[in-house]
Ligand binder design. Sequence first.
Ligand code: HEM
Length: 199
Amino acid sequence: MNGLGVRAMDVEYEPFSAGWSDAIIAVASGSARANPIESSLLEDFGVIGNAVHALLAHPEPLRRVARDLARVPDLVEETLRFDAPIQIVFRTATRDVELAGVRIPQGSVVAPLLGSANRDERAFPEPDRFDLERRARGHLAFGLGVHFCLGAALARLEARVALEALVPELPRCEPVGDPPEWVDSFLVRGRRRLELAPA
Ligand code: HEM
């Protein structure tokens, strides 16, 4: 048991249904397992689980953000860059275009890889390093242009509130069980399940 009376977090991550928001309910209520209630805010697409997973693998950023919760927004942005919850979007060319020397005929479907753009070393030096100190804003996790995510502000708020509750607990937690299973999707990058217990 830790300070909040949480025995373990054992929360199924299912995009679009009960999810990581429930982990917060588990922390707040001290229950060992969250009720499979509907997630309030259309789900966070895994950013909270991705942040927890990244922090457990990176002790220095964890120490830093646990000491200073004002760094949680940096944590959210770096997580969105490092593990873009939506990896791909789709576009249909409305006319022939040429992009980076490649001719794209009208009617072609193009799939820009947001996760790859977020690891472009020209924009983010040492892109495979999880680094709270970098200026991660400018990532493409919420898309770009006219279709930029309408829920970005809400998703950021949800992630911040959740992580402000979770992060102080994490230095006293460790992952248990099998390595986390990924959501089985080429679109969504997130952990299906992440089980923690007091260290
Ligand atoms: C971490 C959470 C989220 C991520 C990573 C995310 C990501 C994205 C991305 C990449 C797009 C662009 C799709 C495209 O260009 O084809 C998008 C669009 C959109 N998102 Fe989100 N989203 C998140 C949360 C939310 C939430 C909470 C809502 C609603 C409350 C929402 C509503 C929308 C809507 C309505 C669009 C379509 C916008 C348009 O086509 O003009 N999203 N999202």
